[in-house]
Design a protein around this ligand. Structure first.
Ligand code: C2O
Ligand code: CU
Ligand code: CU
Length: 519
């Protein structure tokens, strides 16, 4: 992480020692813990410019072993860019890593030419300059490379960061907003390490079907860190920055929390929940009442995502401890948040279908079946022999050839091609798209560039209240169908098209992506 103190580095290893189960009881937690690293805020300078440098580095995630990493302006992850609605900034991205990258502003509503998609390649040693004119409501967005077909690999190494849009409306609300004090960013990722302490990463049959399966949860680059915050209402800005894994989040003492924002900005009013499902690429902001000063953990519960139930994700797994025992916080929970336009009574006809396809899912699923994974999940009991066999498949299976990789998945029956524009969308017009999946039973969090949209329905039902606001990721699961209402205010040309893809990065990198122009 960017602003890692020496203390954090020294203590990172001791996080290994935390005990499962008992760890939730933070009152008795005595082992030294890494402190939550808070990405530094980065605003445009007086000349309106922002400089980002994608660079190689090292980090100690596992005791004394050094892991080779990538980061933006630091060794792992990046700063939190803060941009204001109405401002125009020039961003210069320098590529100091030894491979091609791009830099994409996930959730930002900007023209195709500024989007940083797979066509806007930054070769090693080169820079890319682009202007970003911010014209959308306050929101927690993020940035990451989008080079085809190696987005997954560079995100695993650490290239990703938050991009926060601020605006006057949100600024007038009494929400907690002191960065790192009562406004706490949480980037949740899972990782797996090789025996010599490097990030495990391999595009084999298991990966292109199931996505990346980590066996360690990191929050802002540390394992089970701890944050001391103000005493009062705490705002958590949560990014599921994992390549493939979804999480079901809960607060350890089962207190309610209040979701105030989804991907693209504030909800109409807070949504009180005890559990929140967050898919890869999604963001939610929530408020937790910490006025009693009592520590709590954010805990991940097992999800309905097959292989993602391997330990330590087979039971409640504490991700981070929040200790709201500092000076009194000033924020509070308002009863209403933002004005969201109602969906039109007469919806436009469906103008685009996007079906996520897996062409070789049996090749990835059969070995898991033979290893006994589905049966183990059914039984609800973790069997170490099955776990060992599945782990062997994850790390032992050899990588696919690039040709095999690129033809493993698709959208509308075709694997992605940089040379082919898949469709065209009308600019400045309400559009209705239908997103579905084939016969596979995998979740696919589908992301669309160039817009923030609204979910009309998910499997025929209205969206959950926490997904009824602005979104840029539409999850589908279990053969599901999601309809969305969207509008593109800017254009995207054949040279700089927008992308529509599954945000399971291993699906994206193996063909589950389409590209389109807007005019
Ligand atoms: Cu977050 Cu097209 O990506
Ligand atoms: Cu995006
Ligand atoms: Cu997918």
């Amino acid at each position: 992480m960017v602003r890692l103190s020496r203390r954090t580095i020294l203590l990172a290893g001791s996080a290994w020692a935390f005990a499962r189960g008992g760890a939730c009881d933070v009152g008795t937690q005595t082992t030294a813990r890494p402190s939550l690293s808070i990405p530094p805020e980065l605003r445009a300078d007086a000349a309106g410019s922002i400089k980002l440098d994608a660079q190689a580095g090292t980090m100690r995630f596992l005791g004394d072993r050094e892991t080779a990493t990538y980061g933006v302006n630091g060794p792992y992850l990046g700063p939190a860019l803060r941009l204001r609605r109405g401002e125009t900034v020039t961003v210069q991205v320098t590529n100091s890593v030894p491979e091609n990258i791009t830099m994409h502003w996930h959730g930002l509503i900007i023209p195709g030419a500024a989007d940083g998609g797979p066509h806007q390649v930054i070769a090693p040693g080169k820079s890319w300059r682009t202007q970003l004119s911010i014209n959308q409501p306050a929101a927690t967005l993020w940035f990451h490379p989008h080079y085809y077909p190696s987005t997954a690999q560079v995100v695993i190494k650490g290239l990703a960061g938050l991009l926060i849009v601020d605006d006057e409306e949100a600024g007038r609300l009494p929400l907690p907003s002191r960065w790192g004090v009562d406004d706490i960013p949480l980037i949740i990722q899972d990782r797996r390490f090789t025996p010599d302490g490097q990030f495990f990463d391999r595009m084999n049959a298991i990966a292109v079907t199931n996505g990346y399966v980590g066996d360690i949860a990191l929050v802002n680059g540390a394992r089970y860190p701890e944050a001391r915050t103000a005493r009062g209402w705490i705002r958590l800005r949560i990014l599921n920055g994992s390549n493939a894994r979804g999480y079901k989040l809960r607060v350890s003492d089962n207190r309610s929390f209040y979701v105030i924002a989804s991907d693209g900005g504030l909800l109409a009013s807070p949504v009180e929940l005890k559990e929140l499902q967050i898919f890869a690429g999604e963001r939610f902001e929530m408020l937790v009442d910490g006025r009693d000063g009592r520590a709590f953990d954010v805990v991940a519960l097992p999800v309905a995502q097959g292989i993602m139930r391997l330990p330590p994700f087979d039971g409640p797994l504490p991700l981070v401890t929040i200790r709201p025992d500092g000076a009194d916080g000033a924020g509070r929970l308002p009863s209403s948040l933002a004005v969201l336009p109602a969906l039109p009574r007469r919806l436009p006809p469906v103008s685009q279908e996007l079906a996520m396809n897996m062409f070789h899912d049996m090749r990835g699923m059969m070995p898991l079946q033979q290893a006994g994974l589905p049966a183990m999940i059914q039984s609800g009991k973790t069997d170490p022999a099955v776990v060992a066999r599945v782990a062997d498949l994850i790390v032992g299976d050899s990588a696919l050839s690039q040709a095999e990789q690129l033809s493993s998945n698709g959208v509308n029956r075709k694997p992605f091609s940089l040379e082919r524009i898949d469709f065209t969308a009308a600019r400045d017009k309400d559009l209705r798209w239908r997103i579905s999946e084939g016969r596979d039973r995998m979740p696919h969090p589908v992301h669309i560039h160039g817009c923030q949209f609204r979910i009309i329905s998910r499997d025929g039902e209205p969206p959950e209240p926490e997904r009824a606001g602005w979104k840029d990721v539409a999850p589908i699961s279990n053969g599901g169908v999601t309809e969305i209402l969207l509008r593109f205010p800017y254009s995207a040309s054949r040279d700089d098209p927008y992308m529509a893809h599954c945000h399971i990065l291993e699906h994206e990198d193996s063909g589950m992506m389409a590209q389109f122009t807007v005019s």
